[in-house]
Design a protein around this ligand. Structure first.
Ligand code: ZNH
Length: 142
């Protein structure tokens, strides 16, 4: 789990990059689709599946909204993300392995867009945070 200090680091970092949240989400989703094309199967109902198309961009922004919600519920993510977990498990049926893949894409984008600010200390805290979000979203699969 995250230490009190790591929670502060995560909160501060996400607050700091919030003005570029849409850009982070859109770029992470675009990379998910290009680098791991098998993930497109979940978005097969989109009319436009291109990495820089409107639906992918919108989905990237939506995922970031979920992440900011997770930040606000950082002390109880399993409880706070329960509805979202149920949606992914029972309705969308997303294989939990994909949460790790998306987390990886988000980390790459953060290091790309915030090369200076994304220090090893922030990197490790955000990495742990994303792993815990993935765990919370997978809660309902067990
Ligand atoms: Zn998810 C949806 C979040 C991951 C797939 N998502 C969604 C939403 C949100 C989210 C918020 C919306 C909901 C409502 O509407 O209510 N996700 C999220 C997060 C994450 C995720 C936070 C992590 C980090 N997802 C994911 C993955 C996948 C997915 C990995 C696969 C690959 N999602 C999905 C889908 C959907 C969603 C498919 C639906 C969309 C449409 O329909 O378009």
């Amino acid at each position: 789990s995250l230490s009190a200090k790591e929670k502060v680091i995560v909160k501060d970092f996400f607050a700091k990059v919030s003005s570029r949240s849409d850009e982070i989400g859109a770029e992470a989703l675009a990379r998910l689709i290009v680098v791991y094309p098998q993930t497109k199967s979940y978005f097969a109902h989109w009319k436009d599946l291109s990495p820089n198309g409107a639906p992918a961009r919108k989905q990237g922004i939506t995922v970031m909204g979920g992440l900011y919600e997770a930040v606000s519920k950082i002390d109880d993510m399993a409880g706070g993300l329960l509805t979202l977990s149920e949606l992914h498990a029972f309705v969308l049926r997303v294989d939990p392995v994909n949460f790790k893949i998306l987390s990886h894409c988000i980390m790459v984008v953060l290091s790309m867009l915030f090369a200076e600010e994304f220090t090893p200390q922030i990197h490790v805290a955000v990495d742990k945070f994303l792993a815990l979000v993935a765990l919370a979203l997978s809660e309902k699969y067990r």
